[in-house]
Design a protein around this ligand. Structure first.
Ligand SMILES: NC(=O)c1ccc[n+]([C@@H]2O[C@H](COP(=O)([O-])OP(=O)(O)OC[C@H]3O[C@@H](n4cnc5c(N)ncnc54)[C@H](OP(=O)(O)O)[C@@H]3O)[C@@H](O)[C@H]2O)c1
Length: 205
């Protein structure tokens, strides 16, 4: 599989790129700075590094792994370069307060808002995989993926299955992204309370 990781210089994108490269995928790390992308590509075993716009051309799937509050603006800028290539949104917006970590107050998920600015089908997933866990090898637990386009979702599920020790599971339509993104706040609160790196394992299936 040919994968572009936009924002692949960050903790999450870099760890994901490393796991996918190990699995034999052709991974291109994207960045706003091509030199930084190339340097990170050689660190991780990714095939190449490029500007985000160059990285997304000629791949099977684009992972949008920039800082969460830059996700929609970045998707908007890259819309023409991405064209109709499926996009996997991994972003969750969090609010940090004295009482704990909260999901965004926005009614719609980042993934749904990203879909509005792209012609490409958007799927969402991997929110429960901590970068620090992924950096050490396959992340422990299952990966949940949702989306409305079945071909795009199959690609994202195939990608997800390579980076977790558990299963890649289809969590339904793109509206499920609201719950998956919100689950990140739950996970961060658990990590803070119990000093760990929580993952999700679904039982009963
Ligand atoms: N960290 C986790 O454990 C985790 C787990 C699951 C999902 N996620 C999601 O994965 C995504 C990346 O997380 P992260 O922790 O790796 O984030 P990060 O390190 O803060 O940022 C990732 C990359 O985003 C790019 N970036 C930063 N500001 C930008 C801007 N204003 N416009 C465009 N690009 C910008 C940077 O790349 P360049 O400067 O090289 O362009 C940076 O290396 C987030 O959406 C997050 O919600 C994270």
């Amino acid at each position: 599989m040919r994968v572009a990781v936009v924002g692949g210089t960050g903790d999450f994108g870099l760890a994901l790129a490393q796991r996918l490269a190990e699995a034999g995928d052709h991974v291109v790390i994207g960045s706003r700075d091509a030199d930084r992308a190339r340097a990170k590509a050689s660190e991780t075993g990714a095939a190449d590094g490029a500007t985000n716009a160059d990285a997304v051309r000629s791949v099977d799937i684009v992972v949008l792994a920039v800082k969460a509050d830059a996700a929609i603006a970045t998707a908007t800028e890259l819309a023409d370069a991405i064209g109709e290539t499926p996009v996997l949104s991994v972003a969750s917006e969090l609010r940090f307060t004295k009482s704990g970590v909260h999901p965004t107050k926005d009614d719609r998920s980042i993934a749904e808002r990203t879909q509005e600015v792209l012609r490409a089908p958007v799927v969402a997933g991997l929110h429960s995989l901590a970068a620090v866990s992924l950096a050490g090898g396959k992340a422990d637990g299952d990966a949940l993926v949702c989306g409305d386009d079945s071909l795009a979702k199959d690609l994202a599920l195939e990608l997800a299955s390579k980076v977790v020790s558990g299963r890649a599971l289809d969590a339904g339509p793109l509206t499920s992204a609201r719950a998956l993104e919100g689950m990140t706040a739950v996970i961060v609160n658990l990590n803070r309370r119990y000093k760990g790196h929580a993952g999700i394992r679904v039982v009963g299936l």
